[in-house]
Design a protein around this ligand. Structure first.
Ligand code: HEC
Length: 161
């Protein structure tokens, strides 16, 4: 391939990603193993913000169920799920993205919440009428927050005794 051809090929791959909007929860492309190959935002996440999402109640609150040595300055780590130490050694970025967006495709019957999914949930009832809430529900995390968490998890390449 000539240099200019090679450049054109690279641009053809990159250009649609650069201009892409966030992938909607119903549009996420999972493969047969529950992996999601491409960023939900078309861009890499921010690891520091990912750590915030993971430790913030009302956002990911991942440490309610997972121990993470790197986040030890945040109290109350749960042990419902496995420790996430060394998780970047066990799973690829695509696998981690899939696990966070919808863990049930990787671990059937998991109690881990699907953080980027809005259909098939039982719709919360209206307190007065008992009827299901109307309109679209928001996913637990935004596409950006999912990517930030993925970026943070990719830094967890160390096991501790
Ligand atoms: C309600 C508890 C719960 C919460 C909250 C939770 N998880 Fe999990 N997670 C689990 C369990 C349990 C597993 C083990 C898989 C299974 O269900 O068989 C798991 C598995 C995982 C795995 C695979 C770990 C491995 O090495 O096998 C990753 C990565 C993960 N969770 C990340 C997260 C992140 C990131 C968050 C927050 C955005 C989160 N989890 C929130 C319960 C939870």
């Amino acid at each position: 391939m000539t240099n200019s051809l090679r450049l054109a090929a690279v641009l053809a791959l990159v250009a649609p990603m650069a201009s892409a909007e966030a992938v909607a929860p119903a549009q996420v492309a999972y493969d047969d193993y529950g992996e999601v190959m491409t960023s939900l935002t078309g861009a890499p996440g921010d690891a520091e913000r990912g750590a915030e999402v993971m430790t913030t109640r009302g956002l990911g609150n991942c440490i309610a169920c997972h121990q993470v040595t790197d986040l030890d300055d945040h109290p109350f780590h749960g042990e419902v799920g496995p420790s996430l130490d060394g998780v970047a050694e066990r799973w690829s970025e695509a696998q981690l993205r899939g696990i966070i967006a919808n863990a049930k495709l990787t671990f059937p019957d998991s109690i881990m919440p699907a953080f980027y999914k809005v259909d098939e949930f039982v719709r919360p009832g209206n307190a007065f009428t008992g009827r299901a809430a109307e309109g679209a529900l928001d996913p637990l995390l935004t596409a950006q927050q999912i990517e930030d968490v993925v970026a943070y998890l990719m830094t967890l390449d160390t096991y501790y005794d």
